[in-house]
Write a protein that binds this ligand. Structure first.
Ligand code: ADP
Ligand code: MG
Length: 723
């Protein structure tokens, strides 16, 4: 079957495809957390004293008492086996944004040759997955490649059901034998501890005596595309790179041609229902909805949870989306820009901090005291974004997210804070110290006055800001759809820890000579004077902002990963992580190495794909059509009819040009002598990527000239609109 025949066959198959029959929905109360070994299941199966000890560990994040581990392990195993699990897996989160698992059986063969099921406390608490092939950025030499996984008690174990059976999954941290963090979970837990410490101190200075453990919360909105698996399997670029490296944009009028539309809602809806059901069983609070931004693009948003659990759940969500899509004959694309010229996918990380005694600390509240507390925490965030903007940018820097950031539908690569007009005005007043000419209620005397109610209307939100206050939380909108949310959360928690530490110290010394309100205002005024330039409420897409941000406000515009990642090595970033205890310099350096390598490798893979697709798929299609054209032209000539040779000439020119640039790209990827990783990244960004784009331009122009019946790749129009 020629490429084109396969494509045409796929169109017919998909157009006639029925949705999978929807399952009769089970009651939510029955499904909810059915597959999670949560507190209530522990309470039901553990002796009272053991349960109390575990519960304390979960709430405080302390180490599990080894003397209770055996009892917990046995109860967990019995529960998992009652759900059909014969295996358990330590699940961990290497630096690659992926989720990794090592499976082991519960089986234990006895000296008399019989087998029993066994799961000891020490196996629950610590595993040894070898894992020497996970990138570690040079932390582990191969001779000491051993890494350990250890149960993160704050994230509950669960049973994962797949077609191949059920497995007990235990979320774990992954550390080297010398104790260095090799994963994304350890830094996250440390960043929460650092933030808790600094926040508690500030809350006490604000007059609270009862201050519970402060945690950070996260609700991550996931965007994704669905493409029929029949099409995806014919696109090597989608299969290997997760995005299309070629493809002409569909004409506007054709975009809304509902010829193929019939089955979309049904198939996708059944898919979504299936996703939700799996999520509910795993205790992930999903709420699904359609996203209308791009054809074939959807969104899934959960209710927020504690950051650590939310992060594990987010990883699970991505896995569930991919697995479920397969079951329904789709491929789920989590890439940030699967289709050029069409909106990309992000992951809005909604983030806040709070505890059980003072509640959400980024909620303005409605009493003067709550207002003051809110302004202190909000001021701390502003200071953090200004001081560590480049680090925030580095935390979302990947080869794939570069296609989205700074593009017209996505947040710019300049980090700024959007507060909304009312709150912006409040902070402006704090900065200038003037109360009198406020349009809204005065706020300077925090002991008496109350903040005006801040608008929580989504319509009021600035969609062009990478980091926006949305009523009771901040929304980091520039995070990539493919990413683990841990990295961004680590940065947000850590920079907040640093700011709160600074504010705490300043408040302490101010309080020696003045009352609380005066002290707060003095400190916030200092914050705004030094860092207020990061607050921006205007159009983040505009050229004027790109100029003003850099020239007048001294903010950094870091358009590519090659520009952003080196900030991981900057002294102020190293200092931040060192003093908060979140990452040692060695751990930080290893992260730079891993992320840089990922960037370079993924561009290398894409470049090789561009070359092979141009040479072996697109060029042959053009030539085949050309030979058909020339045969037709000569037979017409013999009949005395002349066909203009313009089209043939154009195709030949484009094909030649495409091959010339392809050769240039082939030569370019042969270069290996770089003075540094930084130089290599810049080379990828400024030499390889533009050459790939150039090949694509010729190829896409060819797609517009070669007869459709000769074109071997499923087109944008087909992939986006036929479901
Ligand atoms: P919108 O769709 O307008 O952005 P939603 O109410 O759907 O608003 O919220 C988006 C996300 O923000 C959800 O995942 C929600 O759980 C999360 N969210 C709400 N409050 C908080 C909070 N305090 N901390 C973290 N995330 C939150
Ligand atoms: Mg949102």
């Amino acid at each position: 079957m020629s490429g084109n025949e396969a494509r045409v066959q796929a169109i017919y198959q998909i157009a006639n495809k029925e949705a999978m029959p929807p399952k009769a929905p089970e009651p939510l109360a029955k499904m909810w957390a059915e597959n999670v070994f949560n507190l209530s299941k522990m309470q039901a199966s553990l002796p009272k004293a053991v349960f109390k000890s575990v519960k304390k560990t979960i709430v405080t994040g302390e180490k599990l008492d080894p003397s209770v581990a055996d009892a917990v392990a046995t109860a967990m195993k019995d529960w998992a086996m009652s759900k059909g699990a014969l295996y358990y897996a330590h699940v961990f989160y290497p630096m690659t944004n992926l989720t990794a698992e090592k499976h082991d059986g519960f089986i234990s063969v006895q000296s008399d040759g019989t087998a029993i099921s066994e799961f000891a406390g020490k196996v629950l608490v610590q595993g040894e997955p070898d894992g020497s092939s996970f990138p570690n950025g040079g932390i582990r030499g191969t001779f000491e490649a051993r890494g350990y996984t250890a149960w993160d008690v704050t994230s509950p174990a669960y049973v994962m059901e797949t077609d191949n059976g059920a497995t007990l999954c235990i979320p774990t941290v992954f550390v080297s034998w010398t104790g260095e963090a090799l994963d994304k979970k350890v830094p996250l837990l440390r960043s929460i501890a650092a933030m808790d410490k600094a926040a508690s101190k500030v809350l006490k200075l604000l007059g609270y005596t009862d201050v519970a453990h402060v945690n950070s919360s996260c609700g991550a909105e996931q965007e994704y595309f669905l493409v029929d698996a029949n099409f995806a399997s014919q696109r090597p670029d989608l299969l290997l790179a997760g995005r299309t490296l070629f493809g002409k944009a569909p004409a506007k009028g054709q975009q809304f041609d509902d010829h193929y539309f019939g089955a979309i809602p049904e198939r996708v809806q059944v898919f979504m229902q299936d996703v939700e059901e799996t999520m509910y069983k795993l205790g992930i609070p999903a709420k699904t909805r359609h996203n209308e931004v791009a054809p074939g693009q959807f969104e899934l948003a959960p209710f927020f949870e504690a950051a650590n659990v939310a992060s594990d759940h987010q990883q699970l969500t991505m896995t569930i989306l991919k697995h479920t899509a397969k079951k329904h004959g789709f491929v789920c694309l989590l890439h940030e820009k699967p289709f050029a010229g069409i909106n990309g996918s992000g992951k809005h990380v909604n983030w806040s901090v709070g505890n059980s005694t003072q509640g959400n600390l980024l909620d303005p509240g409605d009493s003067p005291h709550e207002n003051a507390q809110f302004l202190v925490f909000c001021g701390a965030v502003i200071r953090g974004v200004h001081k560590y903007g480049p680090l925030m940018r580095a935390a979302i820097a990947t080869a794939s997210n570069d296609h989205r950031l700074g593009a017209n539908e996505a947040p710019p690569a300049i980090m700024s804070v959007y507060l909304g007009s009312q709150l912006e005005e409040v902070f402006e007043q704090i900065k200038t110290g003037s109360v009198t000419d406020s349009k809204h209620k005065g706020v300077m005397d925090l002991g008496i006055d109350v903040l005006p109610p801040l608008s929580k209307d989504p319509g009021d939100r600035n969609r062009t800001s990478p980091f926006a206050f949305t009523g009771n939380r901040f929304e980091f909108r520039a995070v990539g759809s493919n990413q683990s949310v841990s990295g961004p959360l680590v940065v947000l928690n850590t920079m907040l820890a640093d700011s709160l530490e600074w504010i705490g110290n300043r408040l302490e010394s101010e309080l020696a000579g003045s009352d609380l309100n005066t002290a707060i205002l003095t400190v916030l005024k200092e914050v705004m004077e030094a860092h207020g330039s990061v607050v921006f409420g205007g159009d983040g897409y505009s050229a004027e902002w790109h100029r003003m941000a850099v020239e007048e406000r001294g903010l950094l515009n870091l358009p590519t990963t090659a520009d952003a990642l080196p900030y991981l090595k900057a002294e102020f970033v190293e200092d931040l992580f060192k003093k908060t205890g979140v990452l040692t310099p060695v751990e930080l350096e290893s992260r730079f190495e891993v992320y840089a390598e990922q960037y370079i490798l993924s561009i290398d893979v894409e470049a090789k794909l561009v070359i092979s697709m141009a040479k072996t798929t697109i060029y042959p299609a053009a030539i085949e059509y050309l030979s058909k054209l020339s045969a037709t032209m000569s037979s017409l000539t013999s009949m005395g009819i002349t066909l203009e040779k313009d089209t043939a000439q154009k195709i030949a020119d484009l094909a030649n040009s495409m091959m010339a640039v392809t050769d240039k790209l082939g030569a370019a990827i042969e270069k290996h002598d770089f003075a540094s990783t930084e130089e290599h990244m810049q080379y990828c960004a400024t030499t390889i990527r533009p050459l790939m784009d150039e090949v694509r331009e010729y190829a896409d122009a060819l797609e517009g000239l070669v007869a459709d019946s000769f074109w071997p790749l499923p087109t944008y129009q087909e992939m986006l609109f036929i479901k």
